[in-house]
Design a protein around this ligand. Sequence first.
Ligand SMILES: Cc1cc2nc3c(=O)[nH]c(=O)nc-3n(C[C@H](O)[C@H](O)[C@H](O)COP(=O)(O)OP(=O)(O)OC[C@H]3O[C@@H](n4cnc5c(N)ncnc54)[C@H](O)[C@@H]3O)c2cc1C
Length: 388
Amino acid sequence: MLRKVGIVGGGPSGLYAGYLLKSRGLADIVDVYEINPRFATYGFGISMADSGLRRLREFDEKSYETIHAQMHTLQDHVIEHPDGAVNVRDNRGAGAIGRAELLALLLDCCEQAGVNVHNEHRIDSLTSLEDCDLVIGADGTNSVVRSLLAAEFGTSTYYLSNRFAWYGTKCPYEGSTLTFLAGDKGSWCGHHYRYSDSMSTFVPECDAVTWTSCGLDDMNDDERRLFVEDAFAETLQGHELIENNSIWRCFRVTKNKRVVHKNVALLGDALFAAHYSIGSGTRLAMEDAVALVQSLETSPGSVQTALQEFQEQRGAERFKFVDACEKSWTWFEGFGSRIPALSPLEFSYEYMVRTGRLDDEKIRNVSPHFMAKLDEHRRAADPASTVA
Ligand SMILES: Cc1cc2nc3c(=O)[nH]c(=O)nc-3n(C[C@H](O)[C@H](O)[C@H](O)COP(=O)(O)OP(=O)(O)OC[C@H]3O[C@@H](n4cnc5c(N)ncnc54)[C@H](O)[C@@H]3O)c2cc1C
């Protein structure tokens, strides 16, 4: 058993890791340090795919049940092209939950298990954690732990060019939708889905040309919000966008060559922030915690051996995911030129295969209705085609 574990960051990865370590009897003392006060956080709702939810259930039924009971189920996944909407994924059973609600539930799990959560406690150096057997950097995309050891982790960063902000709205959407716009207000994608009885997430994203040609670069955040409300007036159905630290920014890509250094391990966004177009950052962050705990259970006698195992298993898994993310954000960075060039079905198909993880056969399995429509469209376009 570990004597003491110090976790920097009380987001999904840090709290879930703390809860698992303590509830499975792997550590005597677990301290989580979080800058924010209790129940204060950025953002709105997050969604999790059915496959990810299944994995969390397999590993820890109790926390899964607690979280799942508060989730809003998302069935359809719709692509709204300016010339028509296409449902690309029916009955998928994904779940959505407010980030604040998720953190409150994980905090409760932690406290019931005996984890010490220290809110309003910022960690600026690793000196105060020197007496820990294991230090976990779960402090998000701007991780201090990773920055302090950037050379050791082999960290590199750069920024994408699209701009986005994370808003909420009271518009009661069903399913999860990407609304694409192209016109005098520029090229936009609005990612939106409901996550509670009364709230939906709304993430507007525009390309770099739109940002400058529509003058968004010269506006303040209030003016930008009003601009987006106007551009998406039909989609928002008269509802306003609600702010919660809704800062406009370019997505920062951070890559690390290593996921551990000595007795320090990185989890979640500190390790690699999944692009929001993949919609898996929270699930991956929690799965990082699962993988770390599994390594510690496999090698109970040595933190070093366990971390080596974590590096080999989880590091490899995460590096594969970087590739899928890169393909996804590359597709999104170029959506402006694709909207007018493709019909709604062709555009939706491109979206579905953008990461290279799905091909026609796999789509036929998960989205038979969509694939049937696409086959019909292909046959009409090319009657000699051999599409089944
Ligand atoms: C617009 C947008 C939409 C998203 N949508 C989804 C979605 O639909 N589904 C999904 O799964 N994911 C989504 N994500 C991603 C998801 O939010 C992150 O991947 C997830 O929160 C990562 O969890 P984490 O614990 O690693 O980091 P975080 O959630 O960022 O938590 C890190 C915590 O560490 C704290 N901290 C930072 N520095 C210090 C310090 N020095 N000392 C103490 N505490 C510190 C922070 O205050 C924070 O609470 C989205 C992200 C964005 C930006």
